[in-house]
Design a protein around this ligand. Structure first.
Ligand code: G4F
Length: 329
């Protein structure tokens, strides 16, 4: 019998890579999406276009316990990957309340429904390096204390604690992946890497003249999303549930990303980039750099894409996309 995997947020960057990965492993893949995505697949399901006849999608909302409960009761998954969230940090400052309600309740609903209807199901929770926030040490490990600096980060700390509590209190096989930033040609356009790769492609093709960004001195540990979904699956294949940092162990500034991205198409970033303070955050996470040695030691995970190659991959994709008028993936 094929194993059944259930992915919340299957229509996002990570969900789409994970669905591909699990299908290739022989899983039956089920996904939860908002009803609007099923009604308007062209806009909402572009990352899954090539998979739609291989997966089964159910409408449900992170805001509604009954909707999640019903889907989990129907699917009765063997593995659940809870990726869905309001995941854009900037937006979490604009609407603290909906980010906190949706992210914390959504995680709670998924955990509770699994406990009631599929208690043997292994659960992956998408925690985040944003939980480290104002970092207490560098590099950050599974033991580094959290100090979140955004409503989004706070919601992820609560999700992490809920997941651990369901493991300790009810014996669920529930764990968290503390993933550092991970990018790809499927990244949403609001995140800085995609904003830059797309902006560079537009400028190179004469479709735009300037790129406005915020704090270019922030540093992130950027990896390739395809590598990170492999880690999610590996975590769930271990004998015991535990939490893991997934990162590259390198840190680079937004400025370095700009230099490389513009440099890749033969342009000098300083001639095109303008700083717009409206993109600054009320409280910034200045530096992230993860230590993934526990994941390497326990199950041999390693990142396969270097920072420079990630930048090139994203810029090349966006050049092609614009030349082909929308070849998405
Ligand atoms: O690309 P970002 O918006 O990603 P951020 O805030 O690091 O969050 C991402 O990674 C987290 C893991 O650590 C995830 F949990 C989260 O869901 C998301 O995937 O911003 C990266 C950095 C920030 O320091 C930001 O201030 O880039 C800086 N930045 C500078 N100019 C900008 C811009 N960010 C955006 N989005 N847009 C700008 O114009």
């Amino acid at each position: 019998m094929k194993k059944k995997a259930f992915i919340t947020g299957i229509d996002g960057q990570d969900g789409s890579y994970l669905a591909e990965f699990l299908l290739a492993k022989g899983y039956k893949v089920y996904g939860m999406v908002r009803r609007v995505a099923l009604e308007d697949p062209e806009h909402h399901l572009w990352r899954l276009r090539h998979l739609l006849d291989k997966i089964k999608l159910y409408p449900a909302s992170l805001e509604s316990y009954p909707s999640i409960f019903n889907v989990i009761e129907k699917v009765k998954p063997d593995e659940c990957y809870h990726l869905a969230a309001q995941s854009f940090v900037s937006y979490s400052f604009e609407d603290e309340f909906s980010t906190i309600n949706t992210n914390i309740n959504g995680t709670h609903f998924v955990l509770s429904a699994i406990k009631e209807k599929a208690p043997k199901c292994k659960i992956y929770f998408a925690a985040s390096s944003e939980m480290f926030g104002q970092v207490r040490e560098t590099p950050q490990t599974e033991n580094t204390p959290f100090h979140p600096r955004s409503p989004y980060g706070i919601s992820k700390v609560a999700g992490f604690d809920l997941t651990r509590n369901y493991r300790e209190a009810y014996g669920l096989f529930a764990l968290s992946g503390i993933l550092f930033n991970h990018e790809s040609p499927r990244r949403g356009f609001e995140f800085v890497t995609r904003k830059i790769s797309y902006g560079v492609a537009e400028i190179k093709l004469g479709l735009s003249k300037k790129l406005a960004v915020g704090n270019i001195y922030a540093k992130r540990d950027w990896g390739f999303a395809g590598d990170y979904v492999r880690a999610m699956w590996m975590m769930l294949q271990q004998d015991r549930p535990d939490d893991y940092v997934i990162a590259t162990g390198e840190t680079h500034s937004v400025k370095e990303f700009l230099e490389l991205a513009f440099g890749h198409v033969g342009l000098d970033w300083k001639k095109f980039v303008v700083i717009d303070k409206t993109f600054y955050r009320p409280s910034e996470v200045h530096l992230l750099k993860g230590d993934y040695s526990k994941a390497r030691r326990k199950f041999g995970w390693r990142p396969s894409v270097k920072f420079k190659d990630l930048v090139k991959m994203m810029v090349d994709h966006d050049l092609l996309r614009l030349k082909n008028k929308g070849a998405d993936i």
